[in-house]
Write a protein that binds this ligand. Structure first.
Ligand code: SAM
Ligand code: SF4
Length: 330
């Protein structure tokens, strides 16, 4: 059997995103409902199960793994898991997406464990707004986490901001200033309709084109063909060689044609596309076949053959995907 993973449209799959927990210390308005029920412990993959799957994927051509969640840093044992995954022969890079709340204490151990790059979510630089958007988060703690990450020697740090009219759209320039002054990258994300979060997403929707126009009022942007292996389109900023600005635009610029990734949920479902419910239950197979990876690999290949060609989110109307983002592995 061809050891390289490929989908039915000939796209090579070399990027795996793993949600290591559905839990989080924040309750961001675009991601979760205020009152969430989380998975029971036995429903979530154990650290050993995650490592086993990571090993299998890397042995079959996956070059990049992103750990995410939920908040990956609230999972006990996360640093040890990072060290094991980072050491897998053939893996080019282990990266992580975090809300930053635990980085004050964990940034250095993560860098030492072999995590190469970090994405850190930061939607506002105003403490009250930050608290309102995250519902439970404290801005000062996250800013201290970002500073700790800068000191820890990661190859790159990127900030992620979901832009919403009426909440933080007026802070786009301030967020760019913050990133540029520190030589960080920053990506602006269009909100996606994942899960019923108890508010209309339509009225706050903010397109990447609008964000770019806003940034152009202060900075000269230079189009760039750079790719980070993710869905962002990047621009460079005249006079600020260290920072790039990314736009992640699931609505306005569909990025499916170059999709190279699949996601593993915290409960061990392999999601073939963020915008569809197609999935493969790898947890059942992991637990049924503790000694043999062959049934897992067969199921992965069969699943990939069914990976949808594209997603198509609409801004208004019904929620199209019932999963919450924290369960999908952002
Ligand atoms: N807890 C970590 C964090 O917030 O960075 C990692 C998981 S979070 C689900 C990953 C990313 O997804 C974050 O940058 C977050 O802003 C983004 N996100 C969550 N819900 C979203 C939605 N409905 N639309 C677009 N981005 C979303
Ligand atoms: Fe938690 Fe990240 Fe979702 Fe915010 S976006 S609630 S930090 S998982």
């Amino acid at each position: 059997m061809n050891s390289q993973l490929q989908d039915g449209f000939g796209r090579s799959i070399d990027y795996l995103r793993i949600s290591v927990t559905d839990r989080c210390d924040f309750r961001c308005v675009y991601c979760m409902a205020e009152d969430m029920t989380f998975l029971a412990r036995q429903q979530v993959l154990s650290l050993e199960e995650i490592e086993r799957l990571a090993r299998l994927f890397v042995a079959h051509g996956v070059k990049k793994i992103r750990l995410t969640g939920g908040e990956p840093l609230v999972r006990q044992g996360i640093v040890g898991l990072c060290a094991k995954i980072a050491a897998l022969p053939g893996l080019r890079e282990l990266v992580m997406t975090s809300n930053g709340s635990q980085l004050g204490k964990l940034a250095q151990p993560l860098a030492d464990a072999g995590v190469k790059r970090l994405n850190i979510s930061l939607d506002s630089l105003k403490p009250e707004r930050f608290a309102a958007i995250t519902r439970t988060g404290e801005l000062a703690q996250v800013l201290a986490g970002i500073d700790a990450a800068r000191a820890a020697g990661f190859a790159r740090i990127k900030l992620n901001a979901v832009v919403m009219q009426g909440r933080n759209a007026d802070e786009v320039l301030d967020l760019v200033d913050y990133a540029v002054q520190r030589g960080l990258d920053i990506s602006f994300i269009e909100e996606m309709p994942l899960g019923q979060v108890g508010r209309s997403r339509e009225e706050s929707f903010c397109s990447s084109d609008w964000v770019r126009e806003r940034i152009s009022q202060r900075y000269s942007l230079i189009d760039s063909a750079e790719q980070s292996g993710g869905p962002a389109r990047y621009v460079r900023i005249q006079g600020h060689a260290d920072s790039r600005i990314g736009f992640i635009s699931p609505h306005s610029h569909n990025f499916c044609a170059t999709c190279n990734r699949v996601r593993l949920t915290a409960e061990g479902r392999l999601l073939l596309c963020l915008g569809h419910e197609h999935s493969v239950d790898l947890r059942a197979l992991l637990r049924r076949h503790p000694e043999s990876d062959a049934p897992l690999l067969d199921a992965i290949h069969a699943g990939l053959a069914r990976k949808p060609q594209r997603h198509d989110f609409s801004i208004g109307g019904e929620v199209q995907v019932l999963r919450f983002m924290n369960a999908s592995g952002g």
